[in-house]
Design a protein around this ligand. Sequence first.
Ligand SMILES: Nc1ncnc2c1ncn2[C@@H]1O[C@H](COP(=O)(O)OP(=O)(O)OP(=O)(O)O)[C@@H](O)[C@H]1O
Length: 284
Amino acid sequence: MTTLTGKTDRSETPASQPKPIILETQKLTRRFGKFTAVDNLNISVEQGEVFGLLGPNGAGKSTAIKMLTTLLPLSTGKAILAGYDVTHQPNAVRRVIGYVPQALSADGSLTGYENLLIFAKLYEIPFSRRRQHIRDILAFMGLQDAANRLVRNYSGGMIRKLEIAISVLHQPQILFLDEPTVGLDPIARTQVWQLVKQLCVDYGTTIFLTTHFLEEADNLCNRVAIMQQGAVATIGAPSDLKASLDKPNATLDDVFIHYTGDQLTSGVSYRDTARTRRTAQRLG
Ligand SMILES: Nc1ncnc2c1ncn2[C@@H]1O[C@H](COP(=O)(O)OP(=O)(O)OP(=O)(O)O)[C@@H](O)[C@H]1O
C-alpha cells in the first residue's frame, strides 16, 4: 500500500527483515566558542523507528536536532539522513524531513486550512491534488471540523496537531519533534502521542523526538538515547535499559537518574522541570 510518506505500509514488511538505517551520525559535534554543546554524538536510527533523545535541560538535544535538520552547521563530524549528507546536501535533506520546533509555528491569524494551504504551495504540491491532500491530513489529525476556524481559537493540543499536519504535508521520511507535548494537558498529550504512533505504524514515518516525559518515552519509543553534557550516556530499548539496572521494577526515570544524577546545572531537578512544563501554557 502506498502511504502518506510514499512508502510501503510496514504491515506488509516481514518482521524478520532487517530495516535500513535512515539516520546516522558520526562524531556529530557542535561548539559555541569554547563550549561544546554536542560532543561526538554517534547515533543510528532504523527506518520506521520511534527514537527518543532524552536528557536534562542543556544536555544538547535541541542543538543536535538543529544540526540534523540543517538549521545549524556542524562544527565537526557527519550526519547522513535518508542517504543525504546534512553538510553537503542540505536541500535534499530538507525534502525528506519534517520538523516541529518547540516554539509555536502555526499562524494564529489564519484558519487551520489556510495554514496548511500556505505550506502546500511552498512544498509545490500540485494544484489538482492540494485540496484533497489537505483534507486527508486534516482528517488523519482529527481536525476536519476545525479546518475553517482561526487557529488562535484552537486549544494547545489542536495547534500541536496542526503543526504536525503541516510538518508531514510533503510526506517526509523522518519527522523531528522537539518536545511536542510541552505545555499540553494530559489528555492533549495522550492524543498527540497516539497520533505520532499512528504516523509511524500506518505510514512508516521514522520519528526522532525529544521529551521530558519519561513515562511517555517509555511507552512510545523503540529506543532512546540519554544525553548528558553533550554526549550520549546510554542508548537502547527502554526495556533493555531498565533491565540493565540492578533494581527490581526499575522505571525509565530510574535509568535517567542513574545516568544523569537528576540534577540540572541550576540545581533544579529534572522532575521539577517536567512538572513545571506539564502545566505551562504554550499560548500564554
Ligand atoms: N546559540 C547558542 N550559543 C551559545 N550556547 C548555546 C547556543 N545554543 C545552545 N547553547 C548551549 O548549548 C547547551 C545545549 O543547549 P540545548 O538547547 O541543545 O539543550 P537541550 O538539551 O535541548 O535543553 P532543553 O531540554 O532545555 O531544551 C546549553 O548549555 C545552551 O546554553
